[in-house]
Write a protein that binds this ligand. Structure first.
Ligand code: ADP
Length: 491
């Protein structure tokens, strides 16, 4: 395909900010298509019509009906636009299927945290319509060159397309987190209209069940994941989660492309959640945010004590248990700790107990709070990310942009985006945070001590801050890498 010809890409996703977001996928689905369109690719989204999507998209009108997909309830396809501010208007196809999507609750779970019992059909339909739009049987005139699937929810699209023998788009499967695989009982294979003989180790079968993600990884023409380091880690145990053999076998078709961040929303110079804006030339203005945060969270107001912070889902993946173990030693350094998060009830309880025991040194806010997360990035001195695994991670990038050096475990995208502070990296101006290599409380504690020591050396600390703030975390480079892969796929 000549380079002058515009690439048409159908980007299938189960969530997109601001309509529906449970994690990083929602952010990426909003940002990457915008960055690709800026490079003149014609990217359009395909989304399930949850109530918040139906209410949030603009200018919607019906373009097709699907009444004869025997396994699925009747559905229509709407053409609409995403309500993104300042990013132009992103075209989106929405699947209107009230029987599957018109209900209160989250995209994957009900209000009590139980998976929807018909998730196989909900995301089977998303995958199926994605495949139809990528084939020459599509009822609409716009035919994509590439169908770009994201996570297990659209993992069956490459499978459906692989069983279709007519003209069809090339497929890309992006893994945002291999821990979520979309596993359903074997009976779902026939229910979803997949050929019975695809239920095989060389097919959609995963240890006796159907896995949507395995299907995508097996049948897609190209696989990507969200950092170069995670692309290596998932080819071996333990981070391959049972798929390491398949991923290692597909290594020539597996690429790691680091995510970007929304640099206009996460900019300390303009962020309206901050008490005082700042940039790398007037870093002293950052202190007003620290004071406000200490006041707001009931901590002792002290500009000189290192204030460490976490914004995170509270889960085993995020290593919060290690942080809880070292908290008493941390405040003896002395340092303060502030945590914003929600998730596992036991972790919420343990953190709240710590905050009650040390009210002037440890503060915990259980909940999801966008405004506080921004103020924390500006107000804390050091961001903690002791994740057991982290496909890419966003907060370590926000932190560097906010002059808040992160402390990270050497895993996934954290290792790709943070440069450990050493005499060598300080001398060559690349040091931007602290990396620990062994997933133990002792190793985390040693690294926090190292960071606190550096914090008290003004020159070192400012170098770290400035090096991090000078980095380019925009989506531009990532979008170029995706576009290059799309083009390669078409050759
Ligand atoms: P994951 O997708 O694994 O949760 P990421 O680092 O990729 O982790 O993305 C998490 C995003 O959600 C970040 O933007 C982070 O700031 C935000 N976030 C997580 N927990 C909270 C919270 N309690 N309040 C506000 N924002 C949060």
């Amino acid at each position: 395909m000549p380079r002058s010809q515009k690439l048409r890409v159908l980007f299938i996703t189960s969530e997109v900010y601001p309509l529906c977001k449970t994690g990083g996928l929602g952010d990426i689905s909003a940002a990457l298509p915008v960055a690709l369109r800026a490079l003149h690719s014609d990217v359009r989204l395909l989304l399930p019509g949850y109530p918040q999507v139906m209410a949030g998209v603009k200018y919607k009108y019906k373009v097709a009906e699907f009444n004869t997909l025997s396994q699925f309830p009747p559905a229509s396809l709407l053409s609409a636009r995403l309500p993104l501010s300042g990013a132009g208007s992103i075209p989106v196809f929405v699947i209107d299927c009230p029987g599957l999507y018109n209900r209160e609750g989250g995209p994957y779970m009900d209000a009590f945290g139980h998976d929807w019992p018909d998730n196989a059909l909900r995301f089977g339909l998303l995958s199926k319509i994605g495949a139809i739009l990528g084939s020459d049987t599509s009822p609409i005139a716009w035919h994509p060159h590439i169908v770009h699937c994201n996570d297990w929810q659209s993992g069956l699209t490459p499978a459906y397309l692989s069983f279709y023998s007519g003209e069809k788009a090339a497929t890309m499967m992006t893994v945002h987190n291999l821990a979520f695989q979309g596993i359903f009982p074997p009976g779902s294979v026939v229910q979803l209209g997949l050929p019975p003989d695809s239920f095989d180790i060389n097919g959609v079968e995963y240890y006796g069940n159907l896995s949507f993600l395995k299907a995508g990884l097996y049948y897609a023409d190209q696989i990507t994941t969200v950092s170069p380091n995670y692309a290596k880690e998932i080819q071996i145990e333990p981070l391959g989660f049972g798929l390491q053999g398949l991923l290692a076998a597909r290594q020539p078709d597996l690429a790691g492309i680091i995510n970007g961040i929304a640099i206009t929303e996460w900019d300390p110079e303009t962020d309206h959640y901050l008490i005082k804006n700042y940039n790398s030339k007037n870093l002293s203005n950052k202190t007003a945010n620290k004071t406000a945060l200490q006041q707001q969270m009931g901590l002792t107001v002290d500009a000189h004590i290192p204030l460490l912070g976490v914004v995170s889902r509270l889960s085993h993946q995020k290593g919060i248990d290690l942080l809880i173990q070292i908290a008493p030693q941390l405040i003896k350094m002395p340092a303060q700790l502030v945590v914003l998060g929600r998730g596992h009830p036991e972790l919420e309880h343990l953190l709240s107990t710590l905050a009650q025991a040390y009210p002037k040194s440890i503060a915990v806010h259980v909940g999801f709070n966008e405004a506080l997360s921004h103020l924390m990035e500006a107000g804390i001195d050091c961001f903690l990310m002791p994740s057991r695994f982290e496909p890419c991670g966003l907060n370590q990038m926000y932190s560097q942009r906010y002059g808040t050096p992160p402390i990270v475990h050497a895993t996934g995208g954290l290792l790709d985006t943070v440069v450990d502070c050493t005499p060598v990296t300080l001398a060559n101006h690349t040091a931007s945070g602290f990396v620990f290599y062994s997933m133990t409380a002792a190793s985390l504690l040693d690294t926090v001590k190292r960071a606190v020591l550096a914090y008290h050396n003004k020159k070192t600390w400012q170098s770290l801050q400035k090096n991090g703030m000078a980095k380019d975390f925009s989506w531009n480079a990532s979008a170029m890498a995706y576009q290059e892969l799309y083009r390669r796929l078409l050759h």
